[in-house]
Design a protein around this ligand. Structure first.
Ligand code: PLP
Length: 411
């Protein structure tokens, strides 16, 4: 009955993978400290790359989370926009102000990366989204143009494939073409959506990925690997290595030149053997097993959307996408608001309806009978269900929907 966030899940092979990893307790910092961990990381990163249709110009590295992945990607973008920052830093160099662009629906990890990289959170420009919560490319273009005219330096654009609230998909190809013309780094945040690119019906979400400089996918969200496991792919991974490789004397003997040393691809030195759990899961489910489970999430999301459409006290707040459904209790049969007046339904003013939506979620969560979340879309409170746990069945979902209907009645 856990229907919150992105329903990250563990599977029996995932648990087995963690159990195998703990006693080995190896350190995947250099090839020599653990050849098996290094080789297996390269193998699983390459499998995922092939499954989601990324060309072999991309190579990747496993981090704990997408937030850490985006920070590393933007560090490389920063180096390209302001060369020698690795050596000299950003201060006392008379550099133009750097700018990062992303949609008003994008994840807050963009600002966190800007904070960590000394770019500053106010230099993350939120571009408006359209009626389907996708970045508006004209606004992006205008924003970049205006910044350039004012002497600012565009550093990166972050497009999202599977936004946090509604799992909407930005028009990546159009954004990518703009980035190519303007010579700006394109990062794709496919933390949630990336896994769905394996499902034939969702292959369309890969459009434009060929134009990316970097892309993050979180198998701990959608490819059944237990937390934590996130992959950052970079076109020409050497660009990432050049920013982060630093070999102190005490590791020199360990860093056999011909081999990959994953410590060179980020700020972490010591690294867990994360690849083992992914390898165990993906070997046991197989690509088709992963796809079948993702398809079931899509089916359940669409089923829930159908139930919502049939109950006139509720409305869908966004097109269901992947395993995410956003919807709202409206009080039903609400006459269209007269211009200049607040919309009123049976349940009262629009603010009161927001309170009821929030109240439904809080009451259900407090009861322990199920768990769902709420978010705001265009300023209005909506309920949100994220499917994803492999143990969630149609029966659970139906029960969850009944609980929502009953709680709405009671409120
Ligand atoms: N990007 C998107 C679109 C997300 O929804 C999230 C988390 O939900 C993240 C990035 C951050 O993921 P992580 O928790 O792996 O840092």
């Amino acid at each position: 009955m856990f229907l919150g966030y992105f329903g990250w899940t563990s599977t029996a092979p995932g648990i087995l993978g963690e159990i195998l990893t703990a006693p080995l307790n190896v350190n995947a910092m250099t090839w020599r400290t653990c050849p098996a961990a290094t080789e297996l990381e390269t193998v699983v990163v390459d499998w995922l790359r092939q499954w989601v249709g990324l060309s072999d110009e991309f190579d990747g590295v496993v981090y704990d989370t997408a937030s850490v992945g985006i920070m590393h990607a933007l560090a490389v973008a920063r180096e390209e926009a302001a060369p020698a920052t690795r050596k000299l830093g950003l201060t006392d160099r008379n550099l133009p102000r750097l700018r990062i662009y992303t949609s008003d629906q994008a994840h807050s990890s963009a600002e966190k990366a800007a904070i960590a990289l000394g770019v500053g959170e106010e230099n993350v420009i939120r571009i408006p989204s359209d009626d389907q919560f996708r970045m508006d490319v004209n606004s992006l273009s205008q924003s970049i143009g205006a910044d350039r005219r004012n002497g600012l330096q565009p550093m990166a654009v972050i497009a999202t494939v599977g936004t946090t609230s509604t799992a909407s998909v930005d028009p990546v190809r159009d954004i990518g073409n703009l980035c190519r013309q303007a010579k700006i780094w394109l990062h794709i945040d496919a933390a949630y959506g990336g896994g769905f690119a394996m499902v034939p019906e969702y292959e369309w979400i890969r459009k434009g990925w060929e134009l990316a400089d970097s892309i993050v996918i979180n198998p701990h969200k959608t490819v059944f690997v237990p937390l934590d496991f996130s992959v950052l792919y970079v076109r020409d991974l050497e660009r990432l290595r050049r920013v982060f490789s630093l070999v102190p004397e005490y590791l020199r003997g360990d860093t056999v030149d011909a081999e990959k040393n994953y410590m060179d691809y980020g700020i972490q030195l010591g690294r867990r053997f994360r690849a083992l759990k992914a390898w165990v899961i993906w070997r046991s489910l197989g690509r088709s097993g992963v796809v079948a489970r993702l398809r079931e999430q899509i089916r359940l999301a669409n089923l829930l959307a159908d139930w919502i459409k049939k109950d006139d006290r509720f409305e869908l707040s966004a097109q269901p996408s992947m395993g995410v459904v956003c919807f709202r209790f409206t009080g039903a049969a609400a006459p269209s608001p007269r211009p200049g007046t607040a919309a009123r339904g049976r349940a009262g003013s629009i603010d009161r309806i927001d309170e009821i939506n929030s109240g439904i979620v809080e009451q259900i969560n407090a009861s322990g009978s199920a768990y769902l979340t709420q978010t705001k879309l265009r300023g209005r409170t909506v309920m949100r269900i994220g499917l994803g746990n492999v143990l969630t069945t149609e029966q659970h979902l139906r029960k969850g929907w009944e609980i929502i209907q009953e709680t709405a009645d009671a409120l």
